[in-house]
Write a new protein. Structure first.
Length: 415
């Protein structure tokens, strides 16, 4: 008789429900194994991807309510067993630290393609190698989502209290909220807080609370001594080889499947998905926005849309926020630059290529020392994508930004 896999309950266990305290990852694994299903078989029965099931069982992700019910259907759970299954998933989403005041937004789906970034940030904070990290980058690149994943992992794995402060959070005494955790490691997340005084405040809090760690997100990096400034790049897009395991392709296919349940990524359609991901620069919000149009448009129709038309698609709005387009969000970052910065960016957009720093200076017809600071500012905001190699760094404008700038210049010349 075959032995059960390590870490999985035996199929010969007596019938009955697991204890109510069983975690959702263990409960999902319990019901799957008891039903005699592999992760692949459960994926086929539930239409949930094998990768998502694997991440859920490993505790690396939370699932949307729809996904939970699809899994329950695939496992044929009924009555009390189903109720326990759904409740366990909801309990997993609850904040690990309610006593700190504001709580982190709870992810409702698996985070795709960010394993390396999350692991590096969690390790740096937990080890004490860094006590403050600032995430910057383009709107829609996923800064808040990555911060929420880091907060969830430190809360669950290290049992760190988490205090989350966002732009719409009610005013409260931050230092007073931290007094309750002064003697234990804790994480303060400053989400979408862009003012320099807050950076100085955060530095002061780090000095006052030796066990405190800070993670901030903003469109531009904070320039404060001791802060690690990390630019969150878009998801990797296909370059060579099979594109189906590329993060951007996986995300687009996952979201496209949400609105077209019969869709499956295959060798026949992978190149088309890959091309769409390259056009969208691997920007997660752009990928999700375009994939959602699959409700009414097929993949071929979406590929027929010029990039400038994709800029005008409305992105999903957060509660209480006005609607915006892909181009509108990117354009808002450009408008935060001074006149000289905007002029340099428009000039780069006229040259369809990639550059070294010296090559960019030649395109701009300026001495190298006069453009380095501007290029550094663009990279920090995600307006230029840098590929670091030896002996040089290569720079390129994202496709969406180039299309936005070229369209704006065309309209100016016409007027």
């Amino acid at each position: 008789m075959p032995m059960p896999l390590a870490g999985e309950p035996s199929l010969l266990e007596p019938p009955g429900l697991p204890p109510a305290s069983t975690s959702f990852p263990d409960l999902l694994r319990h019901h799957r194994v008891r039903s005699g299903l592999t992760q692949r078989t459960l994926a086929d029965l539930s239409t949930v991807s094998p990768r998502t099931i694997r991440d859920l069982e490993a505790g690396r992700a939370n699932a949307r309510t729809q996904t939970i019910h699809l899994l329950a259907d695939g496992l044929r759970l009924r009555g009390t067993a189903r109720e326990q299954f759904v409740q366990a998933s909801l309990s997993r989403r609850s904040s690990p630290c309610d006593r700190c005041g504001a709580t982190a937004p709870q992810p409702v789906d698996a985070l795709l393609g960010r394993d390396d970034e999350v692991r590096v940030i969690v390790t740096a904070l937990r080890s004490g190698a860094r006590r403050m990290i600032c995430l910057s980058g383009l709107p829609g690149v996923g800064k808040t989502r990555v911060a929420a994943e880091v907060a969830a992992r430190l809360g669950e794995e290290a049992q760190w209290p988490v205090l989350w402060v966002g732009p719409d959070a009610p005013a409260f005494d931050m230092s007073g909220s931290l007094d309750s955790v002064i003697h234990q490691p804790a994480l303060l997340v400053l989400d979408s807080m862009t003012t320099e005084p807050l950076a100085v405040l955060a530095a002061g809090l780090l000095a006052r609370y030796p066990a405190l760690h800070v993670l901030s997100t903003s469109r531009a990096p904070w320039h404060v001594p001791g802060i690690q400034a990390t630019v969150l790049s878009p998801l990797a897009t296909p370059d060579a080889g099979d594109p189906r395991d590329t993060p951007a392709v996986r995300l687009f296919a996952d979201r496209f499947t949400d609105v077209r349940p019969g869709f499956a990524l295959s060798a026949a359609n992978a190149s088309a998905v890959a091309e769409m991901c390259r056009r969208l620069d691997g920007l997660p919000l752009a990928l999700e926005t375009v994939a959602a149009r699959g409700r009414v448009l097929g993949l071929d129709h979406l590929l027929d849309m010029p990039v400038p038309d994709l800029l005008d698609l409305t992105v999903p709005a957060r509660p209480g926020e006005p609607s915006a387009t892909i181009g509108g969000l990117i354009g808002a970052t450009v408008r935060q630059l001074d006149t000289q910065g905007q002029t340099i960016l428009r000039r780069l957009a006229q040259d369809d290529g990639t550059w070294t720093v010296a090559g960019a200076a030649a395109v701009l017809r300026r001495p190298l020392d006069q453009v380095v600071d501007a290029l550094d500012l663009f990279v920090g905001r995600g307006l230029l994508q840098a590929t670091h190699g030896e002996p040089v760094t290569t720079l390129r404008l994202p496709n969406l930004l180039r299309a936005l700038l070229v369209r704006a210049d065309t309209r100016v010349r016409r007027s």
